[in-house]
Design a protein around this ligand. Structure first.
Ligand code: ZN
Length: 144
């Protein structure tokens, strides 16, 4: 999925909790792709992203459930709604990537690749279904 799709989906899901949680979820939804130099977040921190991509690869460690546990452990100081937003945003990224034919190694390094190949990155389904759905949820939760 594209970075904007992950961001909007995170925002939309977090908006069910609170607006601060929505922004936390939107940002957190971009974080797993720090393992790719070509991603939105990867381009912002290219040297870090490059090292991660070369050492653990894309859609492995940073797309695994283990990172969610680590985030939860190290972010317990955050207000509850923000922490929940971060976890939901991060998880939404992993779940959306599972819809991609490349799939995700959710239990990395265990070589189980979860893929439900329904949506290619940048496809019409992403542009016409997933992204608009996130925007509509956001509009709905804004109360407009
Ligand atoms: Zn990803």
């Amino acid at each position: 999925m594209m970075g904007r799709t992950h961001f909007v989906t995170g925002l939309a899901l977090g908006s069910f909790i609170s607006w601060p949680a929505a922004f936390a979820a939107g940002i957190a939804a971009l974080l797993p792709d720090i393992d790719s130099c070509q991603s939105t977040i990867g381009r912002l921190v290219r040297p870090v992203s490059y090292v991660i991509q070369k050492t653990v690869g894309h859609r492995n460690l940073f797309h695994s459930v283990w990172i969610l546990i680590v985030i939860h452990f190290f972010c317990t100081f955050l207000p509850h709604d923000i922490l929940l937003g971060v976890l939901i945003g991060y998880l939404s990224h992993i779940l959306l990537d599972i819809l991609n034919p490349a799939g995700v190694r959710v239990f990395w390094p265990i070589p189980i690749n979860l893929a439900l190949p329904l949506v290619r990155t940048g496809s019409l389904i992403e542009y016409l279904v997933i992204l608009p759905t996130g925007i509509l949820i956001l509009i709905g939760n804004l109360g407009i």
